[in-house]
Design a protein around this ligand. Structure first.
Ligand code: APR
Length: 235
């Protein structure tokens, strides 16, 4: 740990599972109950906007009733106390990292609590519903959509993410199945650039073989234990 200065953490749905937010691909997960093609593509939104808006309105309402768990809190502590560079790249569209107190967070798949106006291209904080086609607070057009990256769309801030991966000494993937690219490829990018790679997940992910080290168990147990280890080794 003495040689480690720059840390990049990739988080996925598994870190929020114990807060009561559904994952996508576990048994009974979201993509078992809804077809991706019906609710999470630009084509679906063009074909049946009411269905898509209703789906995201429900998800937006649901996340606001959830609380950060011990894994989010441990990462927030790491963010506050780690003296070197640190970036939490999350695929999650909930705000539990921020509500736990983390500041260095990048949402590569967007955020439930923002609405994107496709008329004026601004993002506005949004906690309510979009189904009734409210006007954009900036331009007044009724052209708001969830600010969530759908399948077939480009994830956000990729340049910043690749720059951080290039500089990383340690890459840690937490609670993600490794099924969705480009995030699933980050471990290889980081490793090629010389970072140590660690997986923290309930079970071996699809990409587990790419990691030099893996620890399996519930995020609320293995993440705080790992953060304690990192901070005490660094002090
Ligand atoms: N602790 C740790 N890991 C857990 C826990 C837990 N309590 N519960 C579940 N997991 C693990 C599962 O074993 C699984 O490997 O979290 C992972 C969740 O995988 P997915 O449901 O596929 O979620 P994620 O990897 O974040 O999905 C990536 O897919 O549909 C898109 O845009 C969506 O951002 C999402 C992307």
């Amino acid at each position: 740990m003495k040689d480690i200065r720059n840390i990049v953490i990739l988080s996925g749905a598994g870190i929020s599972a114990e807060s009561g937010i559904d994952t996508f691909r576990s048994e009974g997960g979201l993509w078992e109950r809804h077809r991706v093609e019906d609710v999470a593509t630009p084509e679906a939104f063009a074909r049946d906007p009411d269905l898509v808006l209703r789906f995201y309105d429900m998800r937006r309402a649901a996340i606001q009733t959830k609380e950060p768990n011990a894994a989010h809190l441990a990462l927030a502590r790491l963010d506050a106390e780690w003296p070197g560079e640190l970036l939490i790249v999350t695929q999650n569209v909930d705000n539990l990292h921020e509500r736990a107190g983390a500041e260095r967070v990048l949402h590569m798949h967007g955020e439930h609590l923002l609405a994107w106006c496709t008329a004026c291209d601004t993002r506005s904080p949004w906690t309510g519903t979009l189904i009734e086609r409210p006007p954009c607070p900036v331009c007044g057009e009724r052209a708001l959509r969830p600010d969530v990256v759908w399948f077939g769309e480009m994830p956000y801030r990729m340049d910043e993410i690749y720059a951080a991966l290039r500089e990383a000494d340690l890459f840690v993937s937490i609670g993600t199945s490794g099924a969705v690219y480009p995030a699933a490829g980050f471990v290889r990018n980081a490793r090629e650039m010389g970072a140590h790679t660690l997986e923290l997940n309930l079970e071996p992910s699809k990409g587990t073989r790419w990691f030099e080290e893996a620890r399996h168990g519930p995020a609320t147990q293995i993440v705080p234990a790992w953060v304690d280890e990192v901070l005490s080794a660094a002090s």
